[in-house]
Design a protein around this ligand. Structure first.
Ligand SMILES: Cc1cc2nc3c(=O)[nH]c(=O)nc-3n(C[C@H](O)[C@H](O)[C@H](O)COP(=O)(O)OP(=O)(O)OC[C@H]3O[C@@H](n4cnc5c(N)ncnc54)[C@H](O)[C@@H]3O)c2cc1C
Length: 328
């Protein structure tokens, strides 16, 4: 029988997952926190370098799972977020990586052997850590917001706008994301109300002009959402005028909160150096201020939050962490 030089798996072949559970008794060479593009890419690079690697993530895919259309990730003219995440997952899980999904990291310590503690109290050890926990949408923190999330409270118009055809919706915010969301919704919804804290919109002029083309959009300036009401789904939004303190009810089927993003850095506060935006400060090798701790992707001060950039930074953080482990 001749040698088979075709080592590439066929595209249609199902990838056999080889992941294993994390072992609290083991000290991993690299422990990665976060399973978005940065963390997953870092995992592939670490496994290919042959270092013992663990990955802990709340959810796999990160923000990419809430992205419908991606047209700027090289190799794909067009790919849906979920499909790209499936590909990333297959690529990671072909390795015998220690993998834990559905758990959140609560804190890390920066001793010679770093310790990672989960919210459930379990601890794991590693010689080096890559923090790739990305960012999350900013909340308004009003009564009803958490309880009705997914039941009319939404943070991603790109994902959820189609659910609101012929419905009444409120959008919170006045920047580019909020106005883009308002335009998308104005095309299909019955009525769109924008609630903006300032006395003007801060979105780009071109977007504001585009918004003005729709006559089903109403803007409430110097206002904020005081409460989101509804038994099992959003039914009413209580909006407060910040100047007069008057409250008014707006009947709505949904509310889109589009007021920006915050880096998921709460578990590294006091350990790693953050900038004014609460992003982890890294140098060009993804090194943080603490030896042996690296960071990558949207959680860092690296500008331009994009999949290809997060992936590239994940690769860089992995190579730096491997270098650190192999030399220490
Ligand atoms: C609606 C939308 C559309 C977008 N469209 C595009 C696009 O078309 N093209 C493009 O290039 N980019 C796009 N982006 C941006 C892109 O998705 C991000 O730049 C990229 O996902 C960042 O990757 P990341 O790995 O750094 O972080 P994230 O994707 O945020 O992943 C972070 C991961 O860490 C996990 N995590 C967080 N906290 C913890 C914790 N305490 N413990 C354990 N795990 C934790 C999360 O569950 C998540 O899996 C879009 C983003 C959004 C929201």
């Amino acid at each position: 029988m001749g040698l088979d030089f075709n080592l590439k798996p066929s595209q249609d072949e199902e990838t056999e997952y080889k992941t294993v559970d994390l072992d609290p008794e083991m000290t991993y060479d690299v422990l990665i926190i976060g399973g978005g593009p940065a963390g997953l890419t870092a995992a592939v690079y670490c496994m290919r370098k042959g270092v013992s690697t663990a990955l802990i993530t709340d959810e796999i895919g990160g923000q990419v799972t809430s992205t419908t259309e991606i047209e700027n990730y090289m190799g794909y003219m067009y790919v849906e977020g979920e499909e790209l995440v499936d590909k990333f997952e297959d690529q990671v899980k072909q390795f015998e990586i220690a993998y834990q999904e559905g758990k959140r990291v609560k804190s890390i310590t920066d001793d010679q052997i770093n310790q990672v503690t989960l919210e459930d109290g379990t601890t794991y050890q590693a010689k080096s850590i890559i923090v790739a926990a990305g960012k999350s949408s900013r909340k308004i923190n009003c009564p009803g917001e958490e309880r009705l999330t997914g039941k009319g409270v939404a943070y991603c118009a790109i994902c959820d706008a189609p659910l609101y055809a012929d419905k009444e919706v409120v959008i919170v915010g006045g920047g580019n994301s909020a106005i883009e969301a308002a335009i998308d919704l104005a095309k299909i919804a019955k009525e769109v109300t924008i609630v903006q804290l300032l006395d003007h919109l801060t979105a780009d002029e071109i977007l504001i002009e585009r918004l003005e083309e729709y006559d089903n959009v109403n803007i409430l300036y110097e206002s904020e959402v005081a409460e989101i009401e509804g038994e099992n789904k959003v039914e009413n939004i209580v909006v407060q005028d910040t100047q007069q303190n008057n409250k008014q009810d707006i009947a709505a089927d949904g509310i889109f909160i589009e007021i920006g993003w915050i880096p998921n850095t709460s578990f590294v506060e006091g350990v790693l150096q953050l900038n004014d935006y609460n992003e982890i400060m890294v140098d060009c090798k993804c090194r943080t201020n603490k030896e042996g701790i690296f960071a990558a992707g949207d959680i860092t001060n690296v500008p331009f939050k994009q999949i290809i950039i997060a992936s590239g930074e994940g690769a860089k953080a992995a190579l730096s962490a491997c270098d650190y482990v192999l030399k220490s």
